[in-house]
Design a protein around this ligand. Structure first.
Ligand SMILES: *Cc1c(COP(=O)(O)O)cnc(C)c1O
Length: 393
């Protein structure tokens, strides 16, 4: 295994975060104490959302949104194949069907024109294995699930217009975009439901964790019950109105998240600085494209730094060379429709979503975090430049 000279990502933690965790573990209240609501409140304060529901992962949050949106077996949800797998898996958990449409080649976000077309002509967009069957579909289209890729919101006005026209719910996967804004409005507030995630490579971390935000009272009550073993308000500990899950966040995580949230502005600014260092160095290197920011992205919240190589450059070859020189890198993303279980279940094939596949082949995430120093950025960029000049790729 390569001995890396620099980590792929690092959490941005301070003594205040560590102290918050220590404070919790010196009490008997390790779950369902005061920190969970305190953590939730920071999201209402930040985004203006009426409800925030903390859970133990972003995936759990998305799953609860699918349940609250009434998406069930055989229902269809239009979404993107260029994402982390969780955004599609949550439909499969309910035997619902993710219907993929391709993406905008500049940002990697779902293409709203294709969303509109798919909502009108859903038959044409069904997974291969369901086309030409007698599958009854029109009435089953329930929701849209856009993803704010790499910290930049999807074109939510256009997506919401489609939702309105067809009476669909919108679940905004903002797991990569905490703190970002779209036309001045917070990521996560743009649909019916928004979800954030706090795995250690995200903007803030709780180890594992997630938060759902919504203005829908009924859905919020349902999701609070469902995260807590189906206990509705008024149920005792051993009474369960619904068949629920244990999706509760623990108090150590919630305490750490609360102190992390108090530094969100600073954490985002540090990440933005690192992105700017990368941009100034990498934009001079031929054959490399740096991330594109939309005009409607009024604030980007940097999640990962993904560069793209020209088609003639062998991305996998340079990835190997960088790895061998101590720089961890990751291809971003392997398209969801080509993941083995998806391809097998739905009959997807290479060529089904060409833009997604093209970005998937050319994109490479390089080391990124808010605690990276300018020297570390130089180290990474010098090696990339060196490889480029050697014509080694
Ligand atoms: C991180 C992430 C999630 C949720 O991840 P968890 O590991 O379950 O917290 C969901 N969708 C996207 C696009 C993500 O990047």
């Amino acid at each position: 295994m390569t001995q890396y000279k620099i980590p792929m990502s690092s959490p941005d933690l301070t003594d205040a975060d560590r102290q918050a965790v220590i404070e919790v573990i010196n009490t008997p209240n390790l779950s369902m104490g005061k920190w969970t609501p305190a953590f939730e409140k920071t999201f209402c304060d930040l985004t203006g959302a009426k409800h925030a529901i903390a859970v133990n992962s972003g995936t759990a949050g998305l799953h609860l949104c699918v349940r609250a949106a009434g998406i069930g077996a055989g229902d269809l949800v239009i979404t993107t194949p260029f994402s982390f797998v969780a955004s599609s898996n949550v439909m499969l958990f309910e035997n619902a069907i993710p219907v993929f449409v391709d993406i905008d080649p500049r940002t990697g976000n779902i293409n709203p024109d294709l969303v509109a077309d798919a909502a009108r002509n859903i038959q044409k967009y069904l997974p291969r294995a369901l086309r030409n069957t007698d599958y009854v579909i029109r009435k089953n289209l329930k929701a849209l699930l856009p993803v704010d890729i790499f910290g930049q919101p999807a074109d939510m006005d256009a997506i919401n217009a489609v939702a309105k026209e067809h009476g669909l719910k919108v679940i905004e996967d903002s797991c990569e975009a905490l703190g970002a804004t779209y036309k001045g409005k917070h990521a996560g507030t743009l649909g019916d439901f928004g979800v954030f995630a706090f795995y250690p490579n995200k903007q803030i971390t709780t180890g594992e964790g997630g938060v759902i935000i919504t203005n829908d009272d009924k859905a919020a009550h349902f999701m609070r019950a469902m995260r807590n073993q189906g206990r509705a308000p008024g149920d005792t500990w051993l009474q369960h109105t619904h068949l629920g899950y244990n999706y509760r966040i623990d108090e150590m995580s919630a305490a750490m998240g609360t102190t992390q949230m108090s530094r969100l502005g600073e954490i985002m600014a540090k990440r933005e600085q690192v992105a700017a260092w990368y941009e100034s160095r990498l934009s001079e290197i031929a054959g490399i494209e740096i991330p594109f920011i939309e005009s409607f992205t009024t604030k980007s919240s940097w999640f990962v730094y993904v560069i793209r190589f020209d088609k003639k450059i062998n991305r996998d070859e340079i990835a190997k060379r960088l790895d061998a020189r101590g720089i961890p890198v990751r291809p971003y993303f392997l398209p969801i429709h080509l993941q083995p279980y998806m391809a097998e279940k739905f009959g997807y094939k290479e060529g089904d979503f060409p833009v997604t596949e093209d970005l998937g082949k050319r994109g490479l995430a390089i080391p990124f975090s808010g605690v990276m120093t300018e020297e570390q950025v130089d180290f990474v960029c010098n090696i990339i430049r060196d490889e480029a000049q050697n014509g080694n790729w």
